[in-house]
Ligand binder design. Structure first.
Ligand SMILES: [Zn+2]
Length: 436
């Protein structure tokens, strides 16, 4: 889909700073990579909401400008799996996934039945994303049609690239959070007609996870995907061992958890599956064949004690991997925090996640996995000017560490590891600076 610019966008803007983005996928473990594009003290030129170029010399005086010299300019982060109603349950004590859903999450989601609550929550959530350096996201609202409407409307008002859809749940969920196949299908069709392809918005057929949908509902979701291949599909997969066991009991005919989705016709190039921790080689081969992506959510996986994602095995199998916060299972909306945890998860497996591999998975890699690389994820001319400006260091420890970095990877890795949203200086969406 071709993104559109909305009236009122700044016509021209030049941003000065240290430009960092990727022109391809870095190799695993390589701290030097030809696809890393670092242009220190350059000017990023923006016209009509899009990037039109970058240059070392200052543009002529006709260009309005923001001087961020000495600061880092990156494409806005893309969060491929996050829950808008879960800011209220972030940092909740003492449970694993299934208890966490019952104890904290479902009660929070029940409140979104009230449209005013959903509207206020959507605004709060999107403003928080922008204040954490994330300009695009793939989002779970709730089962309520009004919460999806509210999220789409709030994203449109902010000019953000957003992918979301009404959550499907017709069993194993409390009162007020269950739909049924007929009504759910009607709601999905209405929402798709109204929002899919409107401005920078896309619809995702959003199955919460296999245990909360009947086979009939999964089949309906699969039929929606088959009817329009431009739709995304968003769900959870093999996050927690007790969950995997439950799926085995509910779907004895399926070879694996992933096979439940395959049988329902839910696996395709625009499928986004969160977690994917407990997979085998056959699952990974299937993910590769269908082109689906894993939204890796390391902070959530550590916080809920779910398990350690085998990124290297996924990489070897050719599976797309993108970065996600999974708030509220995750503990921060900031993708720098996700990357810090991703590094630690890989370290426990004896692997090393480079800053390049990590940052690519939160920018261009995520954009490519979502088939949106012509719109977001890099500083290439023609892309929408969704960019964030970051302080290289915040506080005396980081300032000292950055000052003694010997090469670019060392410097960027220290920034990634020591930084968080307190490093964020400015967020631009389609070339407009937004309040953060
Ligand atoms: Zn999730």
């Amino acid at each position: 889909m071709t993104p559109t610019t909305t009236p009122g966008l700044a016509l021209r803007l030049a941003l000065r700073g240290d430009l960092l983005d990727f022109t391809g996928a870095p190799e695993w473990g390589a701290t030097e990579s030809p696809v890393v594009r670092f242009r220190p003290d350059h000017w990023l030129l923006i016209e009509g909401g899009r990037i039109v170029g970058a240059q070392a010399e200052a543009p002529d005086s006709s260009w309005p400008r923001h001087d961020h010299s000495g600061q880092l300019i990156l494409p806005g982060f893309i969060d491929t799996h996050v829950h808008s109603p879960q800011l209220d349950v972030i940092a909740s004590y003492g449970t694993e996934l299934l208890d966490w859903l019952d104890t904290y999450t479902f009660p929070a989601e029940q409140r979104y039945a009230e449209p005013a609550e959903a509207e206020a929550g959507a605004a709060r959530f999107l403003d928080a994303l922008l204040a954490h350096g994330t300009t695009s996201a793939v989002v779970f609202p709730t089962v309520h049609k009004a919460s999806t409407e509210a999220l789409f409307a709030a994203a449109q008002a902010r000019g953000m690239r957003l992918i979301t859809g009404k959550v499907l749940m017709d069993r194993n969920a409390p009162d007020g959070l269950r739909d049924d196949v007929t009504q759910a299908e009607r709601d999905c069709v209405d929402l798709i007609d109204r929002w899919h392809g409107t401005g920078r918005l896309s619809y995702a057929v959003t199955v919460r996870f296999a245990p909360t949908s009947t086979p009939a509902q999964l089949a309906m979701a699969g039929a929606l995907c088959r009817a329009d291949e431009s739709l995304y599909m968003h769900t959870h997969l093999a996050e927690n061992r007790a969950e995997v066991q439950w799926v085995r009991e509910l779907f004895p005919e399926a070879r694996s958890y992933l096979d439940v989705y395959a049988r329902a016709g839910l696996l395709h190039r625009r499928s986004v599956l969160a977690h994917g921790i407990w997979l085998d080689d056959e699952d990974r081969a299937l993910l590769c064949r269908c082109g689906a992506q894993i939204a890796h959510s390391p902070s959530s996986n550590l916080f809920l004690g779910s398990g350690l994602f085998g990124w290297r095995a996924a990489e070897r199998a050719g599976v797309h991997v993108s970065m996600a916060t999974d708030v509220g299972g995750g503990t921060s909306l900031c993708q720098l925090c996700s990357l810090q945890d991703a590094y630690k998860v890989q370290a426990l497996a004896g692997e090393r996640l480079t800053a390049w591999k990590g940052l690519h998975a939160a920018t261009l890699g995520a954009a490519e996995s979502l088939l949106l690389a012509d719109e977001i994820g890099s500083l290439e001319p023609g892309r929408m000017a969704d960019v964030c400006v970051w302080d290289w260091a915040s506080g005396p420890v980081a300032r000292r560490r950055l000052s003694v970095a010997r090469d670019l990877h060392e410097k960027v890795f220290a920034w990634m590891t020591l930084g968080d949203e307190r490093n964020l200086v400015a967020t631009y969406v389609a070339g407009l600076r937004v309040p953060v």
